[in-house]
Design a protein around this ligand. Structure first.
Ligand code: ADP
Length: 166
């Protein structure tokens, strides 16, 4: 690491709530980034009503990454590339699970490149155990009373139980 030019990555998403798949991706970034900012979008792009408020999502993120000082969690508004510039980030991190993610992710990465050539999008793949996992599935299964303890960490499980009453 060059302390004068730390390599900063931004991992954006809605994290409603953060899953073990998200955690796996965020921790993987630390093999090449000095610092990673997990950035929670204030405005969801494709989801109507979130299950958790922005503050709750940030609290859960802070809890699950409490042991890792190189991962910070923050909310952002507006264009992701503007936020990346403001934080001096060189990389936008996205997770790729299956082919289904690919088209949307490619479109978004191309658009972000049009908007700024100074930020590079990097795609990481999660551990196989999480390659089918999404926050929306976790919300759905938890809402129906299913056991999601293998997909989220302790603090998230507690909040899910409080919220959906299972
Ligand atoms: P989700 O798709 O689970 O609702 P987000 O919209 O918050 O989550 O996604 C943020 C980023 O994390 C996206 O790039 C998404 O593809 C990635 N991601 C989400 N879940 C996983 C997972 N299980 N493995 C790898 N990447 C994931």
């Amino acid at each position: 690491m060059n302390p004068e030019h730390p390599l900063v990555a931004i991992y954006p998403g809605s994290f409603d709530p953060v899953t073990l798949g998200h955690q796996d991706i965020a921790r993987r970034t630390l093999s090449f980034a000095d610092r990673t900012i997990v950035a929670v979008a204030r405005r969801a792009t494709h989801q109507k009503a979130p299950l958790f408020t922005l503050e709750e999502r940030l609290e859960m993120l802070a809890e699950v990454f409490a042991d890792e000082p190189r991962i910070e969690c923050e909310a952002f508004d507006g264009l992701l590339v503007d936020f990346a510039h403001a934080r001096g980030a060189r990389f936008i991190i996205r997770g790729l699970r299956a082919v289904a993610d690919f088209e949307y992710e490619l479109q978004m990465a191309q658009m972000n490149r049009e908007l700024s050539d100074q930020v590079e999008t990097l795609f990481l793949i999660p551990d196989l155990a999480y390659s089918f996992l999404s926050a929306s599935l976790v919300r759905e299964v938890a809402g129906l009373g299913g056991d999601v303890s293998r997909f989220v960490s302790g603090p998230v499980l507690l909040r899910l139980r409080e919220r959906v009453g299972t």
